[in-house]
Design a protein around this ligand. Structure first.
Ligand SMILES: C=C(O[C@@H]1CC(C(=O)O)=C[C@@H](OP(=O)(O)O)[C@H]1O)C(=O)O
Length: 369
């Protein structure tokens, strides 16, 4: 109802604001008996946390997660898992004048008109900081999916502003601040970010997320298609303005002879569908791409209005990511994991007894595009 809960059988409800005492999530529906500790959640939280390079916000948060419930003697009990992350480095004075005006392109204005009041400190509830509990919750889903099906989810940056990042090698993704699968391009990306920061400006990015070993049959037609729910959660990430599945908007210019992925006994020949057919997982890798807009909180002055509609100039203070896309890779992975786990449980509930005589086509034939 209120937009703070995701999922149907595996649900995640987040709470908190950027400058409140803490943020967190309540995760419900996790099957019992899975080994779970805080260390399982911390790896992805560390990949997402702020202050880890000069190209992101300099707010320093350790993002140490505490598991408050739902785990007994190191195993999930099947009851709600409450996760807590304390905020420790708030500088609320930076936001003292934002209550009187609105940053162009920021949620400030829409929140104010919807609720009649808002917590302006660090963006309040609209802050990208609220992606931390999502990442923590999704680490549970990633672990369960991997244990059950061998599912692997990984993301990377494929474009930063105008800089397209050619895919070189998956192993390079974790070796740089951008999650770029290409070590050679890092100096170019760094120089671009340095100049942008000096200019007091921001840029957008494109992030790709993939999932391998996705069980077949996930997704509920018609309206809870797997790809519909993926688009839903991806658009739920701060600053996301576009989602593509497989060939996405490129499908517009493809012919049917090109787009339909041929099936051979040794595997699919291509993956334009992005891993779903009719909104149901097809055994191919899931391929999702998201567009992230430039950060609206920038040092360059912009025209806005005050509470009475009078013109005024806004110049954002405080610590901000010159590109929120730089930290978005673990967030996009998290969203995909949450959808997959929810749909895996839903599929199990309705179709767990179905027996099929058709032999499954492998995800990709050797050398497939
Ligand atoms: C703290 C995080 O990001 C924050 C996201 C954010 C915003 O407006 O979205 C504003 C900044 O907060 P503050 O002004 O308090 O420094 C960022 O630092 C985080 O991601 O953990």
């Amino acid at each position: 109802m209120s937009g703070n809960t995701l999922g149907l059988l595996f649900t995640v409800t987040t709470f908190g604001e950027s400058h409140g005492p803490a943020i967190g999530a309540v995760v419900d529906g996790c099957p019992p008996g899975m080994a779970l500790s805080e260390a399982d959640l911390q790896t992805d939280l560390d990949r997402r946390k702020p202050g880890t390079s000069r190209h992101v916000t300099q707010r320093k948060e350790e993002d140490k997660v505490e598991i408050l419930s739902g785990v007994f003697e190191g195993k999930t009990t099947g009851t709600p898992i409450a996760l807590l992350i304390r905020n420790t480095d708030q500088r609320s004075q930076d936001y003292s004048d934002i209550l009187q005006t609105f940053r162009p392109g920021h949620a400030d204005y829409a929140y104010h008109y919807k609720y009649g009041l808002r917590d302006p400190r660090g963006g309040g509830r609209s802050s990208a900081r609220l992606t931390a509990p999502v990442v923590a919750a999704a680490a549970i889903a990633k672990k369960w999916l991997h244990h059950q099906y061998g599912t692997e989810i990984f993301g990377y940056m494929s474009q930063l502003g105008e800089h397209v990042i050619p895919f070189e090698d998956e192993k390079q993704i974790e070796n740089n601040a951008f999650f770029a699968p290409n070590a050679k391009i890092i100096p170019e990306l760094e120089a671009y970010m340095d100049s942008l920061r000096k200019a007091g400006d921001s840029c957008g990015a494109r992030i790709e997320v993939r999932a391998r070993n996705v069980p077949m049959g996930l997704g509920e037609p018609l309206f809870d298609k797997l790809d519909a729910d993926i688009a839903h959660v991806m658009m739920g990430i701060n600053a996301v303005k576009g989602v593509e599945i497989g060939s996405g908007f490129q499908s517009v210019v493809q012919k049917g002879s090109e787009h339909g992925d041929e099936m051979h006994p040794d595997g699919y020949a291509s993956n334009n569908s992005g891993g779903t057919l009719g909104g149901i997982s097809s055994g191919q890798d899931l391929r999702v791409s998201i567009a992230i807009k430039p950060t609206s909180s920038i040092l360059s002055p912009k025209q806005s209005v005050d509470l009475e509609g009078k013109p005024m100039t806004v110049q954002t203070k405080g610590r901000h990511d010159p590109c929120v896309g730089i930290r978005a890779t673990p967030i996009a992975e998290a969203m995909l994991a949450l959808v997959l786990m929810d749909h895996a449980l839903r599929h199990r509930a309705q179709c767990g007894d179905v027996k099929v005589s058709v032999r499954a086509v492998p995800a990709a034939r050797p050398g497939a595009k």
